[in-house]
Design a protein around this ligand. Sequence first.
Ligand code: HEC
Ligand code: HEC
Ligand code: HEC
Ligand code: HEC
Ligand code: HEC
Ligand code: HEC
Ligand code: HEC
Ligand code: HEC
Ligand code: HEC
Ligand code: HEC
Length: 324
Amino acid sequence: MKEIALMVGVLALSVVLGTGLCLANVPAPPVDQNIGFWDKTFNNMSETDCRGCHGDNLVGLHHQLITTKGLLCTSCHKLDCSTGTCQFASFRDCFQCHSQVAGQASVHHLGQAAQDGDCASCHGDLVQNRTDGHYIPTYNATMVTPRPSDGTGVNGKGACDYCHSWGNDFGTGNLVYANKETHHNTGLGQDSSKCTWCHDSQAGTGLKIRACEQCHAPQSMHNIQVDTNNDGKIVPGGELPYQGHIGNNEDCLGCHGGAADQISIGGGNGGWSLFNPTRHHLLVQKNGKKCLDCHTLYRNDQGIFVFKDFRTCSTCHRNGGRRP
Ligand code: HEC
Ligand code: HEC
Ligand code: HEC
Ligand code: HEC
Ligand code: HEC
Ligand code: HEC
Ligand code: HEC
Ligand code: HEC
Ligand code: HEC
Ligand code: HEC
């Protein structure tokens, strides 16, 4: 994915310092564009756009297919004799041979890999494939369960669109498109056989996010982060806010909201009847606890951030005591 680095410049961190920091009631800034593709639609491209990413000289790339895929010159270069004299049909314009459906579907997502659901083959580990058997939680919705949109926290905290889906990028001034547009305009959102790839119409409001987790499951979600101070390592909770998903407690809250009016979802009527996660999560509001005070993220053998066990009381409450 080397193209990516060329597409987007690194934004000055001073922009971030000027916004939102320490101010709990200020909305998140429009999401930066340092990682992944620009959050927009790409189904109205011209040959120039294609060459913007793929380069000016695509002769070698195509001609190597003679060896690797056994193609013939005439597989690509057609003689056009319609005018009486024969000449080669245009072979520079990408759309002679590759197709997009203008305004609806992009070249890349009409290709076999995308149609097969193999998003990771081009998007890398920013996403997980639907069919790779990855972990998606099955427990009930609680007061910290993220939502795709309409977060119930302050300013809409607790949902993807709290950060993504709105505003103009501070670095370039370009518009950040809404999640519905970026996803539907690949073309996948036009295909009625693929709605369930991203939506579960049966799921209640609190559990809509689980369909998104077919590609955005905890493992990929908690591994997207910019190294904000360029010290060569990512410290969960120790980076500037709004530069990824795990750098700062504000980032956790952006998705996990923690709105008081969701306590009822967590279960129990208070006191000892409280459902155990709720008991602990109430301490976020009550005692100003941060998510990472209890949930430890560490890199596993594959270098992937995972959570230390948070189910066994004795992981945190030593000697069986109430105080950890
Ligand atoms: C934003 C950058 C970008 C733009 C713009 C872009 N491409 Fe691509 N394209 C990629 C990346 C990244 C891949 C992934 C494969 C690779 O190059 O390693 C890819 C892959 C492809 C493939 C291989 C598809 C497959 O299924 O393996 C084709 C064909 C292609 N692009 C054609 C085009 C055409 C035609 C256009 C213009 C309509 C275009 N691309 C515009 C970045 C881009
Ligand atoms: C997979 C499709 C494909 C095949 C097979 C193919 N070509 Fe091409 N060829 C292209 C494309 C696409 C371009 C234009 C690339 C560009 O403009 O960046 C091109 C460009 C050319 C050019 C112009 C070179 C230049 O420097 O601009 C010549 C000459 C050519 N091809 C001859 C051939 C011959 C001879 C064969 C068989 C040995 C062949 N091609 C096979 C796709 C193909
Ligand atoms: C004359 C026909 C033709 C034109 C014009 C053409 N391509 Fe292709 N291209 C092909 C064919 C055929 C393939 C092989 C498709 C396959 O393997 O299924 C291909 C494959 C590719 C691939 C994947 C290469 C790989 O290693 O698998 C990319 C990327 C690509 N084209 C980009 C472009 C871009 C960008 C343009 C315009 C600048 C363009 N093509 C113009 C015929 C063409
Ligand atoms: C052949 C490579 C390729 C495959 C496979 C692929 N994509 Fe993409 N995707 C791209 C490229 C290149 C872009 C940017 C240009 C474009 O949209 O054509 C992109 C852009 C996107 C965007 C919009 C950009 C953004 O940041 O929001 C979404 C959403 C997206 N892809 C979803 C998917 C999904 C879902 C799948 C799997 C079902 C998938 N892609 C498979 C290459 C690919
Ligand atoms: C607290 C703000 C915030 C929230 C809430 C948030 N994100 Fe992000 N996300 C970011 C930032 C910042 C980046 C990195 C942007 C950059 O520099 O490219 C990012 C990057 C991503 C990327 C990598 C691709 C890209 O375009 O940058 C994906 C995929 C992603 N987020 C998915 C999600 C999903 C799914 C949700 C909801 C479950 C969500 N995000 C909620 C801030 C947030
Ligand atoms: C590649 C993923 C993807 C596919 C496939 C897809 N959508 Fe969506 N859709 C999204 C995203 C992301 C949103 C934004 C969700 C939000 O912000 O709540 C959305 C939003 C929507 C919304 C409005 C918000 C909501 O959730 O009610 C509707 C309605 C919708 N999609 C219907 C469809 C239909 C019908 C199909 C099949 C024809 C489809 N989608 C296919 C990703 C997808
Ligand atoms: C079939 C796989 C798939 C599903 C399911 C899916 N997405 Fe995505 N999503 C992607 C891909 C691929 C990208 C582009 C990552 C990149 O920039 O390279 C993306 C990017 C994002 C981003 C980052 C912003 C952007 O546009 O790049 C957000 C936010 C997001 N998705 C939200 C959602 C929501 C909400 C849902 C459920 C309604 C959902 N996604 C379902 C594949 C999926
Ligand atoms: C981009 C959105 C996003 C951000 C930011 C985020 N998470 Fe998550 N997290 C999720 C999603 C989605 C799930 C799955 C929730 C579900 O399905 O119930 C999850 C699940 C979890 C889980 C349960 C994992 C399991 O094994 O079931 C913990 C613990 C967690 N997150 C803690 C955190 C902490 C701590 C932070 C900040 C460092 C954080 N999250 C930041 C999206 C996010
Ligand atoms: C005071 C400690 C503490 C804090 C602070 C805390 N958690 Fe938890 N969390 C726990 C414990 C303990 C569990 C598991 C309880 C059980 O299974 O008995 C848990 C469970 C979870 C789960 C799984 C939910 C379920 O129903 O099983 C998620 C998701 C989660 N935490 C996310 C977060 C996020 C995000 C934050 C910050 C808003 C946070 N936690 C803050 C202690 C804490
Ligand atoms: C991931 C770490 C973690 C795990 C696992 C954990 N706890 Fe806790 N627990 C804490 C922390 C931190 C506090 C808050 C201590 C403080 O007030 O400073 C706490 C507080 C409590 C409290 C007091 C709540 C209050 O309102 O003050 C009870 C009761 C409790 N835990 C019971 C349990 C039980 C029972 C389990 C196992 C089922 C458990 N905890 C698992 C971290 C954890």
